[in-house]
Design a binder for this molecule. Sequence first.
Ligand code: UN1
Length: 505
Amino acid sequence: MDNNITQLLTELGVKLTDYQGQDIASISPIDGKTLATLRAESTEQVKAKIALAHAAFLQWREVPAPRRGELVRLFGEELRIHKQALGKVVTLEAGKILQEGLGEVQEMIDICDFAVGLSRQLYGLTIASERPGHRMMEVWHPIGVVGVISAFNFPVAVWAWNAALAFVCGNSVTWKPSEKTPLTALATHALFMKAVARFNATGNDAPEGLAELIIGGRDTGAHMVEDKRVVLVSATGSTRMGRQVAEVCAKRLTRTILELGGNNAMIVAPSADLEMAVRGITFSAVGTTGQRCTTLRRLFVHDSIYDTLVPRLKKIYAGLPIGNPLEKSTLIGPLVDQAAFDAMQTALAVAKQEQGLVFGGERVSVAGCEAAYYVRPSLVEMPSQTAAMHHETFAPIMYIVRYSDLQQAIDWNNEVPQGLSSSIFTTDMREAERFMSDIGSDCGIANVNIGPSGAEIGGAFGGEKDTGGGRESGSDAWKAYMRRSTNTVNYSNSLPLAQGISFDI
Ligand code: UN1
């Protein structure tokens, strides 16, 4: 296997010529070169794909859930077979290091396994009725077409979180990937179609249109969000984008799962195991070049360890291997594009105005990749939690602030508009429990002795406030992809009314 994108796509089953056009350029963040130029879907094409997906739903909902699980199992198998190639396409198109590209495919495999199990466990409750001779229960039913909008930074895993659950729940899926990463979407779609072919070859009938891919820009995504047949929109990206999606969906009273901005913090307490903390901080702050929604952006370090920890971090930052993400020794790949670089530089300039001491952050030249945007991740020592720290800049900037009182650090953790992930390094169980308690972190994820990023698929993933409030992936997130029907059955010979109401006719 080589790094040639056309060859990799062919290996994965994509016929690029079917999609080529002039509208959407896939540019590799590695060297700034164009990998392919694709056609955007027209309004009519979007509508037609949604119509197909809707027709597919009407059939798919009749297939027993464990059979639906079988299709997802086969998809997981395809992902296992093609993990290397797909991981490489992720690296070429999103710029993350190969280890992380492969990790992303593993995350897809994991959610497939989870969804297969789930396909036999879409449990509803039975409920004690207040009336004699009555039984109450709730049953979960498929809902329809699920529209997924995904971001460049996790171009395939986040679709899989949504799609694997949606399929076993009996829904069809239309997918509008980021215009920065259409090729990873084509590759994933092709692998899914391989699974469909295998599924259908064994006497099943997965309907055409079960998974539809909608390539295009903002407008194309907007058409999908506006379409009444799309009954759930699951969107990952900026808070700005999410707010627009939420407005449109609220107007037509349809469901959303929003996974938006994060501005994740870590508290390092006096009792912390510093060796572990250093590793946890570094991976969370600089992994994926600071372009995860769970990236560590704010570090609150206790006064008593600040002067030990911060110089160590600076030393590590100074030696981070920055370069081509395909090379094994690289830990820091490029930023996605120039806009990301400019935003980073602006944020650093603002931090300086706010009395921040900036370490790193400069552009790094990588041989053969001069047109791309490589940077040294940045540490910024701040006097306090300033206004700039309330914003998420999608780049490797970690602000560091000293604290002396845990309550102050928890208040800072919660002060920002976003509420995705958070963590504390401490060996003091009182501190750990307080951080996770009702009066602790207000985020969807609150970790102890682990950084804020790198969640497993088994937990519900998402966060509060400007993060959007949605939950995807594990736990009972599947319920958002189904509708609940409450059934009351009277097997007695009389008709008593609830609340003891008498209504004699
Ligand atoms: C994202 O950045 O949108 O927890 C998702 C993590 C990954 C997923 C990140 N499992 O960092």
